[in-house]
Design a protein around this ligand. Structure first.
Ligand code: GAR
Length: 223
């Protein structure tokens, strides 16, 4: 199989995108970051990608409105899909892409699109995950890389990392501890997908010959 061409979709600062760009820049990585696309033209991640000589595109979702002036998700997703086809993309990585995608789009890219979520799914789907984890008093929190399905934050889980919730944590300190692990597991999960070693069986991902048993990775915090 030829090296998969990967698009990274972002909406903001792009720290996960950078972890993927840096991993893919190491010789021997089984995929190529072919472009970065943002739905927000002002996203700082676009500047960071350009500094790494990665082609970028901005597709401003606010420009897509129906006759009644409402956000036209189908038209936006069609433009996104056209850009991915133009760039001859094989795999899509959502990396802080804060936009719901339509079932038509997720269906077309099923098995070829992955996402990172800042919580241990299926707990804390959606937004403000660190605040909600603290409010629930959980003692373990973390992050998840999963295949994208039509329902938000639900698809088959490829890899997870857990971190402890510490006394005195606020959303910022806990979020920073989780983010450090996002930067570890996203490149690792992308590698498995590029190598065709993350096989979807129903709702579950089977990992072929992974060095750790199973598909869950628990990374202890530094220090
Ligand atoms: C990351 O924490 C990512 O997991 C989260 O947004 C942040 C983006 O940061 N994604 C979601 O919440 C998606 N539901 P980044 O732009 O620095 O990668």
């Amino acid at each position: 199989m030829s090296t998969p061409r990967i698009a990274v979709l972002i909406s903001g600062r792009g720290s996960n995108m950078m972890s993927l760009i840096e991993a893919a820049a190491v010789p021997g990585f089984p995929g190529e970051i072919a472009c970065v696309i943002s739905n927000r033209p002002e996203a700082h991640g676009l500047v960071r990608a350009q500094a790494c000589n990665i082609p970028t595109r901005a597709i401003d979702h606010t420009a897509f409105r129906d006759a009644a002036g409402k956000s036209d998700r189908i038209a936006f997703d069609a433009a996104l899909d056209a850009a991915l086809e133009e760039e001859q993309i094989d795999l899509v990585c959502l990396a802080g892409f804060m936009r719901l995608l339509t079932p038509g789009f997720t269906g077309k890219w099923a098995g070829r699109m992955i996402n990172i979520h800042p919580a241990l799914l299926p707990s804390f789907k959606g937004l403000h995950t660190h605040e909600r984890a603290l409010a629930e008093g959980v003692k373990i929190h973390g992050c998840t890389v999963h295949f994208v399905t039509p329902e938000m934050d639900v698809g088959p889980i490829i890899m997870q990392a857990a971190v402890p919730v510490l006394e005195g944590d606020d959303a910022d300190t806990l979020g920073a501890r989780v983010l450090a692990q996002e930067h570890v597991i996203y490149p690792a999960a992308l590698r498995l997908v590029c190598e065709g070693r993350a096989r979807i069986e129903g709702n579950v991902v089977r990992i072929d010959e992974f060095e750790l048993a199973g598909h869950a990775l628990v990374v202890p915090p530094a220090g």
